[in-house]
Design a protein around this ligand. Sequence first.
Ligand code: ADP
Ligand code: ADP
Length: 234
Amino acid sequence: NTVLEVRNLKKVYGSRGTLYPALDNIDLDIKEGEFVGIMGPSGAGKTTLLNLVATIDRPTSGSIKVDGIELARMNDEQLASFRRNKLGFIFQDFNLLDTLTIQENIILPLALANVKAPEIKRRGYETALLLGIEDVLNKYPYEVSGGQKQRAAAARAIIHKPSLILADEPTGALDSKSSAELLQCLSDLNETYGVNIMLVTHDAFAASYCRRILFIKDGRLFTELVKAGPRKEF
Ligand code: ADP
Ligand code: ADP
């Protein structure tokens, strides 16, 4: 089963005068159960690619399908529902709401989806357990560490069981210990629960946790590296 299918994807910024080609004929498939890293230097086109899949921006040409559904065919209402139901986001700067507790932040996608209160509470706690943040549920974001904040963001990203998690430089604001904890959590979620993840980064350490790494430069994917087996602790 293919979760994400990208074909001949092009993005050119600007109009008339000066054009900035940001993505040039990208083909990409993410299958069920994959943890894929997109790695490349600054300016390579990573954020552009992520924004197109996230439907935050529209391609110049080409096709993007998620669960077999062509994004270009959706109207704004369908896109909003698509983003809420099918995608989970993890950003570099966490994007937690400061006036909500960690628990309230985590359960937000379920509350928006009209899930009943007892089930929201149960799934909030179970998801927090998966990320190892069950002890800080009643704290506010400013009371917890950066690593805990990002694991809360990861919990929020997966709680509604989306088809694909999009992680944009998720370790960019973390120290190396917190980065390793977060990446191990993502890796475990992928291996144990088959959570599908696309992670973009310029950081080789972050990419090293992905099972398959695609390298992007000047808007083109030029090679990939598939790791032999599950990552071992050492
Ligand atoms: P990355 O995320 O890998 O750093 P980006 O996707 O942000 O790369 O950028 C890819 C290219 O597109 C770069 O050359 C960048 O300068 C250009 N670019 C990105 N956004 C815009 C924009 N809004 N207008 C013009 N050029 C842009
Ligand atoms: P309150 O309704 O007082 O806010 P919570 O539901 O937030 O209480 O739970 C308080 C604490 O109890 C949580 O921080 C968590 O550690 C624990 N807890 C909550 N739900 C469960 C559960 N389903 N199983 C085990 N422990 C739970």
